[in-house]
Design a protein around this ligand. Structure first.
Ligand code: TYM
Length: 337
């Protein structure tokens, strides 16, 4: 990244948690959309391992998932020469800024966050402070790099909104410091639903493995999961609120095919669910196969991956340090003479 040519470019920031096998939702809702941004924006793409430990993780698995995610980012088309690709915990300013932002964030607003409420219900025996603080750490991620845009799935809109509120509040109290970021949500695939309970989001932490299609699933598994997907009994392939299962399959098909809903409905007019599910399964399996092959190839070369992550962290660190110094000055922290 040439320092001077970067200066006028808008900044993009996003991240994924290395908290399990990634789903096709993570792919079409976020990572895939980052690829085209690399040339036109200054991009930071992180592996949010500090967010991941807000629910219990096996340490060895967390480390492995971190490297797998780095390889996946590159396999999907991220170019480490063009963007800073790094691991969140390797840049200490994330935690440091989070602490400062905690003091301009209210407990009540965190308790009202949808994800906090959902995760508290799901992990009732582990409602830790980190879980409640999750959105503030996410705000710190975004604000440290003065990001203009945050490409995420629809479920993250509320978190980007709170990052905006925190930025505005800090700026009002201490003077212009942060840029107010904007969420970028794709038109197709912003919220892929579970194949088993299509009114619920597809999630990498779903206990029912048939509910999610993982980016690591082989072709047979992908096709089997789509075959078993919950639909309804009226056998019409159209999207509507009363048909969440079929609507979700159509949305997945469109996201992977790059076609409109109308075109997909027309294509499957008069055909049965069996045919339709097979077509969706094959489309998805064929699209993810090259990504899987490339990820596998990259994972063999740990030296390369370690190098990429080290360099990414160094780049991120430079910007993060600059912003944090400014924040510390603004809040009145003594920083030596
Ligand atoms: P995570 O790992 O839960 O999700 C990563 C990205 O995938 C999107 N996503 C989906 N998109 C469509 N359909 C789905 N079913 C689906 N499930 C997940 C999410 O919206 C997200 O974009 N908190 C973030 C990680 C993060 C972050 C950040 C993002 C940490 N710091 C700063 C942006 C900026 C998260 O949800 O990760």
């Amino acid at each position: 990244m040439e320092e001077t040519s970067q200066q006028n470019k808008k900044v993009v920031y996003s991240a994924v948690q290395p908290s399990g096998n990634l789903t096709i939702g993570n792919y079409v809702g976020s990572i895939r959309n980052w690829i085209d941004m690399q040339d036109d924006y200054t991009c930071y793409f992180a592996i949010a391992n500090m967010h991941a430990i807000t629910v219990r993780q096996d340490p060895a698995l967390l480390r492995r998932h971190t490297l797998e995610l780095a390889a996946l980012y590159i396999a999907c088309g991220l170019d480490p020469e063009k963007c800073a690709l790094y691991v969140q915990s390797m840049v200490p300013q994330h935690a440091e800024l989070c602490w400062t932002l905690n003091t301009v964030t209210y407990v009540g607003e965190m308790q009202r966050m949808t994800q906090f409420k959902d995760k508290s219900a799901k992990h009732a025996d582990n409602i830790n402070m980190g879980l409640m603080d999750y959105p503030v750490l996410m705000a710190a991620d975004i604000l440290l790099y003065l990001a203009d845009y945050v490409p995420v799935g629809a479920d993250q809109t509320q978190h980007v909104e709170i990052a905006r509120d925190i930025a505005i509040r800090f700026n009002n109290r201490f003077g212009e410091t942060f840029r107010v970021p904007e969420a970028l949500i794709v038109k197709q695939g912003a919220k892929i639903m579970s194949l088993q309970e299509p009114t619920k989001k597809m999630s990498k932490s779903d206990e029912n493995i048939n509910a999610s299609v993982y980016l690591s699933d082989d072709k047979d598994t992908v096709i089997r999961k789509f075959k078993r997907a919950v639909t309804d009994s009226d056998n019409r392939i159209v999207a509507s609120e009363e048909k969440p299962g079929v609507s979700n399959l159509l949305a997945i098909y469109c996201a992977f095919r790059g076609c409109t809903l109308e075109a997909a409905e027309k294509e499957f007019e008069g055909r049965g669910y069996g045919d339709f599910k097979l077509a969706v399964g094959e489309t998805v399996a064929d699209a993810i196969a090259p990504v899987q092959a490339e990820q596998k190839r990259l994972l063999v070369d740990k030296t390369y991956l370690n190098g990429v992550l080290k360099e990414g962290a160094e780049r991120a660190f430079k910007t993060a340090r600059r912003t944090l110094n400014k924040v510390y000055r603004k809040v009145g922290f003594y920083q030596g003479e």
